[in-house]
Design a protein around this ligand. Sequence first.
Ligand code: NAD
Ligand code: SER
Length: 319
Amino acid sequence: MMSKILVIGAGGQIGTELVLSLRELKGDEHVFAADLKDDCPEKLVGGPYVKMDVLDKEFVRSFIIKNKIDEVYLLAALLSATAEKNPAFAWKLNMEGLFTILDLAKEKHLKKVFWPSSIAVFGPTTPPENTPQLTIMEPSTVYGISKLAGERWCEYYANNYGVDVRSIRYPGLISYTSLPGGGTTDYAVDIFYQAKLGNEFTSFLKEDTTLPMMYMEDAIRATIELMESDSDNIKIRSSYNLSGCSFSPKELTEEIQKLMPEFKAKYVPDFRQDIADTWPRSIDDSNARVDWGWKEKFSTESLVKVMLNHVDVNLLKNS
Ligand code: NAD
Ligand code: SER
């Protein structure tokens, strides 16, 4: 029988595309989308939707048990920049939902869990080039601290209670289907909207701040490949390093200028620069390649082409 899947935080940047891909693979009726909003986001109306606050533990538990959900993708979180503005709430949101879901898996109500981590688990003392899977991890943001703690708890539940939990340390994700939700890498999405609008772009990061990035199609494929892999292949139960490409605001600008020579950008760093300065520049993801066969498809050049072709400025106007 086909697994029943629940995606919590389905209305966000990753969730929108993940739900659509999972529905294509598993059938619309098998993939429930859940988010805070009363109404189902327009792009997700093709399948079941439930209004859900992941902090409402009793509701989450009874929904999952009553509907015989097999797998949960838990995406609801505050991202790096928003989290710095409200550290106490970020810690609560990013941790409590995870325990609710891990406990349901421990009690055998769930067969499999996906929970995303981030390059934010690394910090200023981490080697920044080709950052290894196992290395110094002293994150200095509340977001990074919550993701590192979450990774440790995932591994703990896997080792001690046999929970089948799987995770990826996503780099900054670039997509056009929905807007990003308050991260330090969001400039690399907004730049395409400003280019299409014919505006000069103001980057909130310095021109030479290189960060690991990935086109969303690669990230969704990685997530589904990880979740579909045989459990024996998943040797890492904290979270896998994953690499797509790396670029700085200046390099991204120059790539856009190859297709839009009139495009201009300036660089006016704000508080997000301090966050970016603590993150790696590139990632060594050899464990993901060996364990479950990961390989990226998109380079900086190819993601720029797709983004410029598909970005719809109406999305920005309607947000
Ligand atoms: P997002 O902010 O775009 O979406 C999060 C969604 O969760 C939103 O639709 C929001 O309404 C929902 N949500 C918030 N609070 C909720 C609650 N209490 N109950 C239910 N839903 C709630 O985030 P995203 O970019 O899609 O990221 C999803 C996950 O992936 C997060 O855990 C994030 O840390 C991680 N991640 C994202 C990136 C990235 O570049 N987008 C990179 C690394 C890791
Ligand atoms: N894109 C995310 C952020 O900037 C990385 O986790 O917060």
